[in-house]
Design a protein around this ligand. Structure first.
Ligand SMILES: Cc1cc2nc3c(=O)[nH]c(=O)nc-3n(C[C@H](O)[C@H](O)[C@H](O)COP(=O)(O)O)c2cc1C
Ligand code: SF4
Length: 446
């Protein structure tokens, strides 16, 4: 499988000048990560304004129009058009609110916290642009409890801006429980209303969000791009990326790489081989984990020459999700690894809808038995049937993500699955997991 060719057989993407397409913090040529190197920490206001100049004076419908022309799509996982969400909030009844989703629930992802800690003013500028677009006077910084480094960076930046009399919305901080689904938009609304940070059915935050106020909930990276759109205008913004997905994208390199958690910025589709070269990987690994824990496994050999980019991955049937690119090494056990991740995802469900209550634990237990060589072909078939029965039936897409990972595991690690189901697990079936599996230190949802 190669993600690159279009159905007509022609390459859909220009092959990028690949080495220059991948940037780390401080590289000249980067966009979000341009400026001081990562070692310099959070960029201060004078450096930020010195590099990028002042924001535009646009507001309301005029600003939304510029955002629409830029083609900016959300970076929180679903790739939803930003102008569409902002416009819905803008025209909906009630006092609008902006929420900066800094929660970054994905355990192996680090792109949002990296951005917040290195470029807090870019994120806050983006929140201010969103507020200008929708007419909001308040913006909530929604952080995971315990993420003190991000909080400090934001706190210091807000203080600097106040002192400089920057025209910002009124920023406040909400400390969310560090749970996987607490970053989902309806869970955010519920939490900000004083409830538990659990998703709920049928809410569209942009129309009826926090206390039914129209609420623009955006991912941190989305807002940083929005700050650039506001300054650059649509044409300049579109100079990066592809017609279908404009601007640069942040990816987190994870798993068996030199520095798990290293964040790179791509300004064009780039072959996985070159991106992984940055992480010290010089030959195809066994598999890549893309999009996050509710994402997909891709066979390492076929992924090697494929392009990493949201619409390139989508074309191959994979979601770019939170931009996670995880390396799964040769010799490790994909069945055992998926079993660990699935158990984690099951433990993180809010346990309030059927598919999570009756499905995820069941899937996780069956896969754990398979990983240990305790389940045979019949249980494997039952596992596949159960997985198919729970898709699309939760209040949020958490179970769908878990099933996606499981399905790709059954496909990509098919040979291992076969020997495990013949009760012959490989030796690596008892080794440590490659990707982090946070323990539930804090059980609360409030
Ligand atoms: C289970 C689950 C967890 C999520 N966690 C996060 C998260 O931690 N951070 C985030 O930005 N979006 C997360 N999302 C996506 C949000 O619901 C929402 O779509 C996103 O914040 C919108 O931002 P965007 O329009 O800027 O992409 C999650 C979604 C689901 C289904
Ligand atoms: S699908 Fe699962 S995680 Fe999502 S709201 Fe329902 S119980 Fe919670």
């Amino acid at each position: 499988m190669n993600l690159l060719p279009s159905p007509s057989g022609e390459a859909r993407y220009e092959s990028p000048d690949s080495v220059r397409a991948v940037f780390l913090a401080g590289d000249a040529g980067a966009r979000l990560l341009a400026g001081p190197p990562a070692s310099a920490g959070a960029e201060g206001l004078s450096s930020h304004l010195g590099r990028l100049g002042a924001p535009s004076a646009l507001a309301g419908a005029d600003l939304v129009e510029v955002v629409a022309a830029s083609g900016l799509k959300g970076r929180g996982g679903a790739g939803f058009p930003v102008a569409q969400k902002l416009n819905t909030v803008r025209v909906s009844a009630g006092k609008p609110l902006v929420v900066v989703n800094c929660s970054e629930s994905e355990p192996a992802s680090a792109k949002d916290r990296t951005l917040v800690r290195l470029r807090p003013h870019l994120v806050l500028d983006g929140a201010a642009v969103a507020a200008r677009a929708v007419g909001a006077s308040q913006a909530v910084l929604y952080l995971h409890r315990g993420d003190l480094r991000s909080a400090r960076a934001l706190d210091a930046a807000v203080a600097e801006r106040k002192q400089a009399a920057i025209a910002d919305p009124d920023f406040s901080v909400a400390w969310a429980p560090p749970r996987y689904v607490a970053g989902e938009s309806s869970a955010i609304v519920r939490f900000l209303e004083g409830g538990e940070a659990k998703p709920r059915f049928g809410t569209r935050a942009a129309i009826c969000g926090v206390n039914c106020a129209p609420t623009a909930i955006h991912n941190v990276e989305t807002l940083a791009h929005l700050a650039l759109v506001d300054r650059m205008g649509p044409d300049e913004f579109r100079r990066c990326g592809t017609p279908g997905f404009s601007g640069s994208v942040l990816v987190t390199l994870a798993g068996a790489v030199q520095h798990p958690g290293l964040v790179a910025e791509l300004v064009a589709p780039v072959p996985a081989s070159e991106l992984l070269g940055v992480a010290g990987i010089s030959s195809p690994p066994q598999a890549l984990l893309v999009g996050g824990y509710g994402g997909a496994w891709i066979d390492g050999r076929s992924a090697w020459d494929s392009h990493i980019w949201p619409d390139a991955l989508l074309q191959g049937g994979f979601s770019f999700g939170c931009g996670l690119v995880g390396v799964f090494p040769n010799g490790a056990c994909g069945v055992r690894e998926t079993s660990g991740i699935l158990s984690y995802l099951a433990s993180e469900s809010a346990g309030q809808c059927g598919p999570c209550r009756y499905g995820l634990d069941h899937l996780a237990n069956s896969l754990a038995r398979l990983a240990k060589g305790e389940a045979g072909r019949r249980e494997l078939k039952a596992l596949e049937r159960k997985a198919a029965s729970i898709v699309g039936r939760g209040a949020c897409s958490h179970p769908d993500g878990a099933v996606s990972l499981l399905r790709h595991c059954l496909e990509v690690f098919e040979a291992d699955i076969r020997s495990h189901s013949q009760r012959r697990p490989c030796r690596a079936a008892h080794s440590d997991s490659v990707f982090p599996l946070p323990s539930q230190i804090e059980q609360t949802w409030r």
